[in-house]
Write a protein that binds this ligand. Structure first.
Ligand SMILES: [Zn+2]
Length: 388
């Protein structure tokens, strides 16, 4: 955010931006809405037909002038972030060349999966703390027969880098959570000054093991990974854990339910972010989102212009409120898609697990390496027409 300028020097596009800030950001207090509107009225005082006391009319007028400009600026920032060269894996322009193809592929993959996941809810089978510990050790041995992962786990436990909240009273848990700035029990891996720390809420069912696996992969990877791979290893560990549980005393139905339940969460983030995703794809295809194209999308529908504007405003609002909504969603979705493909390929290629684990241990952050390893034919993806 820029420093406060004298209100009387603000131009109408700036006022539009600050009005959006004031309407969408909780802590925005640079200018009051009233002052912004007063200034806007002054700017338009010579334009006879829009002198209005009704602020909504003024606001609509200025929105019509600048909404697509703002949307394009916000999307530009998203793309710059996603393609940032600070991520070591991007030195080969991976995302510059592939982002739009990947987004299409992810969209199709998720839509296909979302048909599969509509399942009746079951109870997730319970799992007590002792059996969980036993399973963790067996799981890590299976993932990495060299025992390096298991040794890391033992080290983490001994040095209190893993906190199982179920081992504490509710009062003690509250104190622990507060210490790390958390308001409620969640599963996470925090990267503190003295190293990573895993916090697990543990509900006493097999999902605890899956959550552990997810966070433990973050623990091993560190936080340096780029948006393309930062969730990949973790989601792969999750899916591998489900495969592991299938070989225990749980039924296929129970594990399928657990899978669908997890996938549902991931896909929900896709639908929550679907408007920004749609615009991002348009932006990548045409290097800008153009008002005419946007309206044209609704060409046979009454109020096409209104509908297009409404979805554009909605996207602006989401991107202002959560600037990382696209990159977060992207990380989960691409992580899930690549992990799902990896797991499906494990049977065909027994050595694959070994290579993925060693990539994970070395924090390999080059998406191209993973993609080649799992034989994902990215260059064959044909860019399809953008669908909403
Ligand atoms: Zn994660």
């Amino acid at each position: 955010m820029t420093n406060k300028q004298d209100l009387n020097n603000l131009k109408d596009d700036e006022i539009y931006f600050y009005l959006i800030c004031s309407k969408t950001l909780k802590n925005f207090n640079l200018y009051s809405e009233d002052d912004l509107f007063k200034r806007l009225k002054e700017i338009y005082k010579d334009e006879k037909e829009i002198i209005e006391d009704d602020y909504n009319v003024l606001f609509d007028f200025v929105k019509d002038k600048y909404r697509y400009e703002l949307l394009n600026n916000l999307l530009k920032q998203v793309v710059e972030y996603l393609k940032k060269d600070k991520f070591p894996g991007y030195k080969d322009n991976f995302l510059v060349d592939h982002l739009n193809y990947l987004l299409d592929f992810i969209t199709d993959y998720c839509i296909k999966k979302s048909q599969f996941i509509k399942q009746k809810s079951l109870n997730i089978p319970s799992l007590d703390g002792n059996l969980r510990e036993e399973f963790i050790r067996e799981l890590l041995k299976g993932l990495d027969p060299s025992l390096e992962l298991l040794n890391k786990y033992n080290w983490a436990k001994d040095s209190k880098r893993i906190i199982n909240l179920d081992e504490y009273s509710i009062e003690e848990s509250k104190i622990i959570l507060a210490k790390y700035g958390l308001s409620k029990p969640i599963d996470c891996c925090l990267f503190l000054d003295d190293g990573p720390l895993i916090i697990l809420s543990n509900k006493g069912n097999i999902e605890d093991l899956v959550n552990f696996a997810h966070e433990f992969a973050h623990f091993i990877n560190g936080k340096r990974l780029s948006p393309t791979l930062c969730e990949y290893y973790s989601i792969f560990f999750e899916l591998y854990t489900m495969k592991f549980l299938l070989n225990k005393n749980f039924t296929k139905k129970e594990i399928t339910y657990l899978y669908s339940y997890r996938v549902n969460d991931i896909i929900k983030s896709f639908f929550d972010g679907s408007i920004p995703f749609y615009y991002l794809k348009l932006y990548l295809q045409n290097e800008e989102v153009n008002e005419k194209d946007d309206i044209n999308f609704y060409k046979n529908i009454e109020n096409a212009r209104k509908l297009a504007h409404r979805s554009c405003d909605k996207c602006i609002e989401q991107l202002m409120r959560k600037p990382y909504i696209i990159s977060e969603t992207y990380s989960y979705l691409i992580g899930f898609v690549l992990a799902d493909i990896t797991l499906n390929n494990l049977q065909k290629e027994p050595n694959l697990l070994n290579e993925i684990i060693s990539f994970g241990k070395n924090c390999n952050d080059n998406p191209q390496d993973i993609i080649e390893l799992i034989d994902f034919q990215i260059d064959n993806l044909k860019r399809k027409k953008v669908k909403r």
